[in-house]
Design a protein around this ligand. Structure first.
Ligand SMILES: *Cc1c(COP(=O)(O)O)cnc(C)c1O
Length: 387
């Protein structure tokens, strides 16, 4: 069976992981072109167009954003470096691996971190953020994920934004699996620093990150760092250049990705992800699979396998059929598996669900073949994918 599947698909292993995600055809075409030099009018023009498109994506007239040649974590580090100083007190919402990353990055650069610890899978209660702020009047920032990819949880950054925007506190949001999925307008959401990454919702290879920031953030900036100096970088990027050699091909790929997202329209993109997310939850429940987080992000589905079935066994079986999903991290290792919706055509998700039915059946779960995949197809109906 394995050989037959590999031969018939002829696509290699299929990725349903929350980063990297598979590259749409339009992106692959851009990446296959000959490279251009970055100190040219041609690059500047492409770069400025990319900036214009990004402005539309975040629906902000402001030029306050930069692209870095780094994975998402680089942009997270730049946020800590540029907008805070040693000794600054910040609240970090820690309910997963990426919340831990905020905490650890902040500590690395000498910030005093107050942890708002959550049980993994929980979403933060905005009231608890407000209480903590009231107890710590010196707090300069709140660090949070919009979509905590390690648990699949959504954090209500809008509600936190209402709290922080009334105070001299920066709301710093890791939106690496949210920007490009949600129709997110940081300015009206009261977000001060927004971080994005390339290999998730933008559906391009890893190596590019983005930082958008408010005037409020800029006015208190410390602008530490050399490679990650936002002030220096902004000066150059507003002119269509970068301080250092940019990831040229990835900028061109980002331009194409932004075009794709804007052609569909961010409201519709979000609607598509919402439909998929709901359809996945309903279909999976037919196979006794529970959704792990209490309030799921629409970017991915984090699944708890049926009683007595190992998440890693399911993953292994899916992989034998050429389908890669992600496992759990940290305390969730072996306990959950995660399916990305980012960069995934809904048709392919029904394929995944069919393979999952086979895997569960092999592992002794009483499941009717076609049940999950059929329901999923019914739910998403004729809504088209991204390719
Ligand atoms: C993937 C991810 C990161 C880390 O990004 P890298 O590109 O691996 O550095 C940070 N935060 C979230 C929410 C992510 O999903």
């Amino acid at each position: 069976m394995i050989i037959i599947l590999e031969m018939s698909l002829n696509k290699g292993e299929r990725l349903f992981t929350p980063g990297p995600v598979e590259l749409p055809q339009r992106i692959r075409e851009v990446l296959s072109r000959q490279i251009i030099h970055h100190r040219t009018a041609e690059f500047t023009e492409a770069f400025m167009e990319t900036r214009d498109l990004f402005k539309k994506l975040v629906d902000s007239p402001s030029d306050n954003f930069v692209f870095f040649s780094s994975s998402g974590t680089g942009a997270m580090e730049s946020a800590i470096l540029n907008f805070f100083k040693e000794g600054d007190e910040v609240i970090a919402v820690v309910g997963g691996k990426f919340g831990e990353r905020w905490r650890d990055l902040a500590r690395t650069w000498g910030l005093k971190v107050i942890e708002l610890e959550l049980e993994w899978g929980r979403s933060v209660d905005p009231e608890s953020v407000e209480k903590l702020i009231n107890h710590h009047p010196e707090v300069k920032g709140v660090l949070v994920q919009m979509s905590e990819s390690s648990t699949g949880a959504y954090h209500d950054v809008y509600a936190i934004g209402e709290i922080t925007s009334r105070r001299d506190i920066l709301l710093v949001v890791d939106a690496i699996t949210a920007l490009g999925v949600y129709s997110l307008k940081p300015q009206s959401a009261g977000i001060d620093v927004l971080v994005g990454g390339s290999q998730k919702a933008f559906m391009i290879p890893p190596g590019l990150s983005m930082v958008w920031f408010s005037d409020k953030a800029y006015s208190v900036g410390s602008f530490r760092g050399y490679y990650f100096n936002i002030k220096e970088e902004l000066k150059k990027q507003k002119e269509g250049q970068t301080a250092f050699t940019p990831a040229i091909q990835l900028i061109l790929a980002l331009r194409e990705s932004l075009k794709m997202l804007l052609e569909e329209g961010m409201e519709r993109v979000e609607e598509r992800y919402r439909t998929i997310s709901k359809a996945m939850a309903r279909s999976l429940s037919e196979g006794g699979i529970k959704i792990f987080p209490e309030n799921p992000s629409i970017s991915l589905t984090a699944c708890l396998p049926p009683e007595g079935v190992s998440a890693d066994e399911i993953r292994k079986r899916l992989l034998s059929m050429g389908i890669r999903v992600a496992g759990g991290q940290g305390p969730l290792k072996g306990k959950i598996f995660r399916i990305s919706h980012m960069g995934v055509d809904p048709l392919d998700l029904s394929l995944l669900l069919s393979a999952l039915e086979v895997s569960l059946g092999d592992l002794g779960v009483n499941i009717q073949k076609g049940q999950m995949a059929g329901l999923f197809m019914e739910e998403v109906g004729s809504k088209s994918g991204i390719n």
